[in-house]
Design a protein around this ligand. Structure first.
Ligand SMILES: NC(=O)c1ccc[n+]([C@@H]2O[C@H](COP(=O)([O-])OP(=O)(O)OC[C@H]3O[C@@H](n4cnc5c(N)ncnc54)[C@H](OP(=O)(O)O)[C@@H]3O)[C@@H](O)[C@H]2O)c1
Length: 260
């Protein structure tokens, strides 16, 4: 990614990691499109950004509706030109025994976490390839590498989406289009707070290294400039990628149960 003057579109920009990424880019000379269902937090940020000389627009879209999930791209590109950096961050998590969720809940999570980002990548990538430049960032999860009890559906969705984007990255080598797959462990957001509230407290929930959305946002910016293929955060979880079998065994053995 080159510094400045690009169009950066971020899904799930109303809260947590997506909001922090949007805020970090609001300090750079780019144009921003912020996408999610809750308008108010995005409008506050867009107003601040625009006032400081960074044009920013807000578009409401529900990623569970696969037509809405991609329809916003045309409006965004007519406002700010072709998307140069697409940050696929919107996601939901369900914490509890797999059988406690309805089929409808599970399928909605797969639409938001897997199908919507893949459809969005398919929509923007051809034009990026034609221009010989572009960046796609997918916010996956460490749960897609080390599967997490009480998060069976979530782990499956993140494993699927990271498999797609890691493979897509290889296929795009030489086209000028760069894909960054991000693997956050716990990061202090509303999602992480809800997960803790749903799990029994124990050694692991107390001791587990947890990052901040702001630090992750800054690392995403650096990874984009360096065009690195993946980012694990907090860094300590990098070990789990290399010692996958051990990390999976430890997680199955010591993961907390859901609160009853
Ligand atoms: N926090 C963690 O510990 C952690 C760890 C690993 C991976 N992640 C991943 O990081 C990403 C961001 O998570 P977060 O922790 O920042 O969560 P968060 O604070 O709950 O924010 C989630 C964002 O996604 C958006 N979103 C959710 N459902 C949506 C829908 N149907 N349509 C459009 N947007 C939707 C939300 O916007 P609206 O509600 O306004 O629509 C919000 O902006 C997710 O993909 C998550 O799986 C998080």
């Amino acid at each position: 990614m080159k510094r400045g003057e690009g169009h950066i579109a971020i899904t799930g920009a109303s809260a947590g990691i997506g909001h922090a990424i949007a805020r970090a880019f609001a300090r750079t000379p780019n144009k921003l499109t912020l996408v999610a269902r809750r308008r108010a937090p995005m409008e506050d940020l867009a107003r601040e950004a625009t006032a400081s000389g960074v044009p920013a627009s807000v578009i409401e879209a529900d990623m569970a509706d696969l037509e809405q999930a991609v329809a916003w791209v045309d409006e965004a590109e007519s406002q700010h030109g072709p998307i140069d950096v697409l940050v696929l961050n919107a996601g939901i998590q369900k914490v509890g025994p797999a059988l406690s969720f309805s089929v409808e809940e599970t399928e909605a999570m797969f639409r938001i976490n897997v199908q919507a980002p893949i459809r969005l990548a398919r929509k923007v990538a051809p034009a990026m390839i034609a221009r010989g430049a572009g960046n796609i960032v997918i916010i996956a999860s460490m749960s897609g590498i080390t599967y997490t009890p009480q998060m069976a559906d979530y782990s499956a969705s993140k494993a699927a989406v990271s498999a797609f984007f890691e493979t897509f990255a290889v296929e795009l080598k030489g086209t000028g289009v760069h894909v960054l797959t991000v693997y956050p462990g716990p990061v202090a957001t509303d999602m992480e707070k809800r997960a803790r509230e749903n799990l029994e407290e124990g050694f692991l929930t107390r001791a587990i290294p947890t990052g901040t959305p702001e630090e992750l946002a800054s690392l995403v910016q650096t990874a984009l400039l360096k065009e690195t293929p993946r980012l694990v955060y907090p860094k300590v979880y990098g070990a789990a990628r290399f010692a996958r079998v051990t990390s999976q065994w430890l997680t199955y053995r010591f993961a907390p149960r859901a609160r009853t």
